[in-house]
Design a protein around this ligand. Sequence first.
Ligand code: CAA
Length: 294
Amino acid sequence: MKGGIQKVGVAGCGLMGSGIAEISAKAGMDVVVREIDASAVEAGRGRIESSLARAVKKEKITAEERDTILSKIRFVTAVEELADRDIVIEAIIEDLEIKNELFGKLDDLCGPETIFATNTSSLTVTDMAAAVDRSDRVVGLHFFNPVPVMKLVEVVRTIATSDEAFERTFEFARALGKEPITAKDNSGFVVNLLLVPYMLDAIRQLERGVASVEDIDAGMKLGCGHPMGPFTLCDFVGNDTTYRIAEIMYDEYREERYAPPPLLKRMVAMGRYGRKTGIGFYDYSGDQPVPVAV
Ligand code: CAA
């Protein structure tokens, strides 16, 4: 395969997949995004449209540019539509079996050159590479939320990734306007290895009654210059997501620092996922978020 990546496939159009599809189209690439059914497609399209509407309102792009970006994205439900892509980035549920089922199908459908990238935040890329025939063309490509805003992408290689596939993916990340870093294939890569224990520690502080949600958030915002305190961040990432990531990392390392604290488990059991369900450590039903008693 010659030249840079131009034909991008994105599997999953949730929070991360929609952002990846949007920035790929914004970079001028031809994008096919696949969701499982028509209603998931409509929800994904809606996410991209509202993100672009926000950019138009802020005068970052014109209405014409928005239309051009949207015209570069084709929404599909059939996995076969991803067959001719230079790269397929999966951003589906954080479940190894489901990811491997998808990669298995793609392995049969796509040409031998197609690179398979995973946006996993905590699973190991090797566990996906080992399940396909093209292990040398499987990489991690980990984006951060909100994808259009955060500059970082972690590009992850396994012991089987070829130099060529890695370099093409790294260049692709640059072509998207991101600043890629290289990470070894260990659960959590660079950022989540540091960030997840930090969020879990904040929850442990709360469990111990060290300070309130508001004060812990204010402490890290004002004392360390973080854009968000840890509880605002937990609600932003999604408590269900953080719980799942912590479980995977704990399973990988068997170290207490990755173990999800009981309070996080209770929050998830109650559906208090954060912004996406309207309630987490804060209640988002009013004009301003209000801390919730836990
Ligand atoms: N899409 C597009 N643009 C967005 C956006 C979105 N969803 N959300 C915010 N923005 C843009 C705004 O338009 C604004 O741009 P300008 O300054 O150019 O006008 C800018 O971002 C700042 O936004 P706001 O003024 O609305 O709000 P803010 O100042 O509070 O910033 C934030 C919002 C960018 C989310 C900021 O709070 C932040 O950086 N928070 C930390 C986010 C973070 O840590 N993300 C990583 C999570 S971990 C992860 O993703 C990995 C994992 O595997 C779990």
